[in-house]
Design a protein around this ligand. Structure first.
Ligand code: XIL
Length: 391
């Protein structure tokens, strides 16, 4: 199956998805290649297997987002990634190939071969598999047939979610059943349901129906609601928590809340993270950091300033600041989410070269992840590990 890369669209995704009406376009020019990443003697860039394994120091899943099938950085073609994955991680999630348009390309056709190969790989290597995602509003991920669908939306969406979750029953441990269904209007400071295709056709009921369908498809899988900006946008977090508490009160199946955490060097603050994790954990649900990356060059809370501040070199000073940010995120999670509610921490990409943030910025000047391109560890890696080991 051919994978579409939709780089430029991602810019719009982030800018609109991140709620900034003041973005002013935000498209950065194409910039020259970055200089090599620095070598910090205090955080030596040694090989991935010359340091402790992350997963060995966590009682909860440590996950990684991967490409698969015939994607450019598929773990099946760029096989050198596999030993890094199995050394440090015990959960995988697909960045693209388990989204709606891939798994359900035609009303009567589901396509599972590529996802099955990935799930089989995870299971064969003693990793958990997290499914992402049965419903997401993003235009290019909604199959064309759904966009023009005119029949009974309730039964159509039930079938969509049920068939997918049921196909992987017993093999995919957890699902982002619905992704990003809540919106926040920065002008009015109001959170509400996103006015997406599903909402337009079914109202808010599409969300709870999806969880009922997913539970029917696999009674054992843990069902998450997943969204962004939860670690600092109180209005959005409160709205989502109210929605999930209502599900709990009415016995709508829900097991967890995923904090994406595509964050920046400035935002959220440690205090904001602490408060958000505490509030979310008070629901009793599992809390997962589902898509962690920490951008160096996207500034402000949500990359919406319309101004780019390209750091052309990842200096040792910047890399150490990023290390501290990773350490804060992991430490905040450990401090504020009780052990039996920890759904895990997943990093959104292995090496800086593959980050989706480079497509967002249309620039190679971005280094948001834990590993250098040659699989040596960055200061950021030490920050993650030090927080896990309580240093
Ligand atoms: C992104 C992937 O990283 C890209 O490779 C893909 O082209 C588009 O989607 N929030 C989500 C993820 O829930 O699915 C998005 O992943 C990043 C934002």
């Amino acid at each position: 199956m051919k994978i579409n890369i939709f780089g430029m669209a991602i810019i719009c995704l982030l800018i609109t998805a991140c709620g900034g009406s003041d973005s002013g376009g935000g498209t950065a020019p194409t910039l020259p290649a970055p200089t090599p990443e620095p070598s910090d003697p205090e955080n030596p860039p040694v090989a991935y297997n010359a340091v402790d394994s992350l997963k060995a120091h966590a009682e909860f899943p440590i996950g990684m987002e991967v490409s698969a099938a015939d994607q450019e950085r598929s773990i099946f073609t760029l096989t050198s990634q596999q030993s890094v994955l199995t050394y440090h991680f015990n959960e995988l999630v697909a960045g693209l190939i388990m989204k709606m348009s891939y798994l359900h390309p035609q009303q009567d056709t589901f396509y599972f071969d590529d996802a099955d190969a990935l799930v089989d790989y995870a299971l064969a290597n003693n990793m958990r598999m997290h499914g992402h995602t049965t419903i997401w509003y993003w235009d290019s991920q909604i199959p064309e047939w759904i966009k023009s669908f005119e029949g009974d939306w309730n039964s159509m969406m039930h079938n969509h979610v049920y068939q997918i979750v049921n196909h992987f029953a017993g093999r995919v441990n957890s699902w982002d059943v619905v992704n990003e269904a809540v919106d926040y209007n920065w002008q009015t400071a109001q959170a509400g349901y996103r006015n997406d295709l599903f909402y337009q056709n079914m109202g808010a009921s599409f969300i709870e129906n999806a969880y009922v369908s997913a539970r029917e498809g696999d009674p054992q899988a843990e069902l998450y609601y997943n969204d962004f900006h939860l670690s600092y946008n109180n209005g959005k977090l409160d709205f989502i928590i109210a929605m999930l508490n209502d599900f709990i009160d009415r016995d709508i199946p829900i097991d967890g809340l995923g904090f994406q955490m595509h964050i920046t060097m400035e935002s959220p603050s440690r205090e904001q993270m602490d408060a958000a994790f505490q509030k979310a954990a008070a629901t009793g649900l599992k809390i997962k950091i589902s898509e962690l990356d920490i951008a160096i060059n996207q500034r402000g809370p949500d990359y919406t300033g319309g101004v780019w501040y390209p750091e052309q070199v990842l200096t040792i000073a910047l890399a150490r600041q990023q290390k501290q940010r990773y350490k804060d995120v992991v430490a905040s999670y450990l401090e504020n989410v009780p052990p039996d509610q920890r759904g895990g921490i997943t990093v959104w990409g292995l090496v800086d070269e593959e980050t989706w943030m480079r497509a967002v910025a249309n620039s190679d000047w971005e280094w948001p992840l834990l590993f250098n391109d040659d699989y040596t560890v960055k200061p950021a890696f030490y920050g993650f590990l030090e927080a896990l080991t309580g240093q």
